[in-house]
Write a protein that binds this ligand. Sequence first.
Ligand SMILES: Cc1ncc(C[n+]2csc(CCOP(=O)(O)OP(=O)(O)O)c2C)c(N)n1
Length: 321
Amino acid sequence: MKKDVKLKIFDLMVTARCLEERMIKMSKSADGHFWLGGPGEEAFNVPLGMLSRPGRGVEYDYFHFHYRNAATMLAMGMDPRDELRQANNRATDPFSGGRNFVNHFARVEWNVCPVTSTIQTQWLIAPGTARAQKRHGGEGITIVTCGDAGTAEGDFHIGLNWATQPGWDLPLLFIVTNNRYGISTSYDQVHGAGNIAEMARGYGMEFGIVDGTDVEASYSKLEEVMDFVRKERRPYLLEASVSRLYGHSSSSGANRVPEDSETDPLEEWVKKLIKAKLLTRKDYQAKYEAETQRMNEYLKEVKQEPAPTPESIYDHIYKDA
Ligand SMILES: Cc1ncc(C[n+]2csc(CCOP(=O)(O)OP(=O)(O)O)c2C)c(N)n1
């Protein structure tokens, strides 16, 4: 991996972390009513965004995210203010006009389909865009993400089944980010089947597992499997082990978990960059403080923007209505 790519990943990881920490604070003050997001998944989610091809239409990639993909959106080019606009319920929020939960993206120019609050629903919708891409040809793929607990739902299997029907193998990259929790239920209480990725075997689908807290492992695995799905026009199930550094959401307190209980992928990446003499601890602290300050300034700016009006309540329910 080239030096500039390593440093770009570092920059995006810090931005993602500071943005989420800003929103966590918002959920504890009057500036936001809720938070859930992706601190602990940045080493995987940043490379995912960097390697994807956002744009509009079947030539580009389609995205069916869950609510922990902010770092991916940032790596795709999202303005952090857009996230704050949604978290602060401003009419200027481009994803939902200030009416949906935080981290519920939707962006037609980038083929980002709306994040659903009901977990796993996106695995039913993703085969639709992948089927359109299969018909069309080219190199556009569909990417769908979810957490480990969602895989206990029937929708998980329906998605895998739709992607492997005879003659209709779909260019669909299924991603499970496994943080070993579904809110407060531990993975070991629920899953008797070993790894999630291996469930792909039953569908004759290629699969793999990666350490999603390791930047280089994640980047190279994603490069390999995205290339496979683009060229072969067949599905792939990738399981990434990740951390959950602030618990499930603001509903569970959104407090930092004890340092030694979960790997912090940002800290791990910083250590590697320091060892490679690409960064100093001082540079990191300066960057972290500058990004924290930038997010504070952005929030001040966003809070001046208009709130949704009562008259706009029915907007976007029906197309062109
Ligand atoms: C259909 C449905 N059932 C239950 C919930 C409540 N719920 C919200 S998040 C969540 C846990 C999801 O865990 P996992 O899929 O592992 O993702 P994680 O939040 O750990 O990333 C649950 C059960 C929901 N939103 N939708």
